[in-house]
Design a protein around this ligand. Structure first.
Ligand SMILES: [Mg+2]
Length: 247
């Protein structure tokens, strides 16, 4: 790899960028990444954990890319080796987490909505997922809640209360999907991985959800990156070809 351009990194989102949403990678893409890696350093950053990302990109993902950032970089690999981990538990600490969790459960207990099921709060390594109806509702109940929420603003109201009450914790609240919202420390979006990439002068980021509210927005907008919006894995290949491989 002597001919690789120094200081240049091509960094990719997973879903919708390297693979079709929630699908596995194609042989064509695997070949392409290999070809690209001869010219520039390559990295991948996904919101899912490494198990999920390996299912999509292949078991050898941490060796196929120079950098593999799972959970937005909370787990970081370089050339197959783990170079860093961070978690909500270590970063925020149990005392503060308990304060937040207790308040949130009380809020849900006092909330009058048509139905409630179970699993109102799911603790993950990099975020807390909060669902007023409870995550183990049926698909039909999900659809009903989503409609109800659009009229009654259950989630937006709850988020604004939590945001004010826990302003000192600097959490980001992100309403997504039908029944829940995510809570995580400010900056724990995809820009988190940039702390491992200080040696690069030119970081090209490719993602499909680069609009405000999308999970690629912050890193796409970051001053540290040159952002590229893609519409499909095929588009990713075409844009990279003209950027890095055109003669
Ligand atoms: Mg995506």
């Amino acid at each position: 790899m002597a001919s690789r351009k120094p200081g240049v990194l091509a960094l990719f989102d997973v879903d919708g960028t390297l693979t079709a949403p929630r699908k596995g990678v194609t042989k064509e893409m695997l070949e392409f990444v290999k070809e690209l890696r001869e010219v520039v350093t390559v990295g991948v950053v996904g919101g899912s954990d490494l198990v999920k990302i390996s299912e999509q990109l292949g078991k050898s993902v941490i060796y196929d890319y120079d950098y593999t950032f799972s959970e937005n970089g909370l787990v970081a690999h370089k050339n197959g080796e783990l170079i860093g981990t961070e978690s909500l538990k270590t970063f925020v600490g149990d005392e503060k987490l308990k304060e937040f969790i207790n308040f949130t459960l009380h809020y849900i207990a006092d909330l009058d909505i048509p139905i409630k099921r179970g699993t109102f709060l799911e603790f993950r390594s990099g975020m807390i997922n909060v669902s007023p109806i409870g995550r183990n509702c049926s698909q039909e109940e999900r659809d009903e809640f989503e409609k109800y929420d659009k009229v009654h603003n259950i989630r937006p109201k709850m988020v604004s209360v939590l945001r004010e009450k826990f302003a000192h914790m600097n959490f980001t609240f992100s309403i997504g999907g039908q029944i829940s919202f995510d809570v995580f420390p400010q900056g724990w979006d995809k820009t988190f991985c940039l702390r491992y990439l200080e040696e690069f002068q030119e970081i090209h980021f490719f993602g499909d959800k680069t609009y405000p509210g999308g999970n690629d927005y912050e890193i796409f907008e970051s001053e540290r990156t040159v952002g590229h919006t893609v519409t499909s894995p095929q588009d990713t290949i075409e844009q990279c070809r003209s950027l890095f491989l055109a003669k």
